[in-house]
Design a protein around this ligand. Sequence first.
Ligand SMILES: [Zn+2]
Ligand SMILES: [Zn+2]
Length: 238
Amino acid sequence: MRASIEVADIFRAAGAAYRRAHAGHLSLPQLKVMSAVENCRTAALGGHVEACEDCGRWQIAYNSCRNRHCPKCQGAAARTWLAEREADLLPAGYFHVVFTLPAEVADIAFQNKALVYDLLFKAASETMLTIAADRKHLGARIGITAVLHTWGSAMTHHPHVHVIVPGGGITPDGSRWISSRPAFLLPVRVLGKLFRRLFLAKLVALHEAGRLGFFGTFAHLAERRAFLRHLLPVRKKR
Ligand SMILES: [Zn+2]
Ligand SMILES: [Zn+2]
């Protein structure tokens, strides 16, 4: 069944006006996504005829855009992904933890997406694995599924990862399963503190290696002292 309104309908109705209103602020990749979504499964992308050699029945099918941002093209991929993750589920309760980048770092992430999003995943998983392995907490090796969201519900840039972990794990010697307490996996405060420490250390290391780019109003952060000063509110947080 066709949903009543699709993103493509909105783009087709209001896309041109939006592009005019934001001229100069939309990147080429963003414009390409809009055009792919607008043209997906329309005559603009051409089509092909599917025919049955036995009964002679035929139909015209328009080509899909296959853009990774297109909701229509990714719907099937999302369903497959979900079914595969469901097959991975263990007969245990699951916990949901969210790791968020503070606003000061979100700005840096916006200009260094691949590097900083990668760091976000690394720091989040390292935090979960370290605290779970600690005998004071669970004392086990856990499994993790993590998903990156770069936008918050207010539709502003707000990078965070959702982490789903089973309520238990394997003992260090691999011999048996340890269950966590039913309503509790790991203390959020401890997780937050270690995450911040790991993330900042890795971010500063990237800066020292000269791998971060700074543009526009953030150009001054290329200088080491300005960069550290910018991060001070995050470093001081406890
Ligand atoms: Zn598409
Ligand atoms: Zn989210």
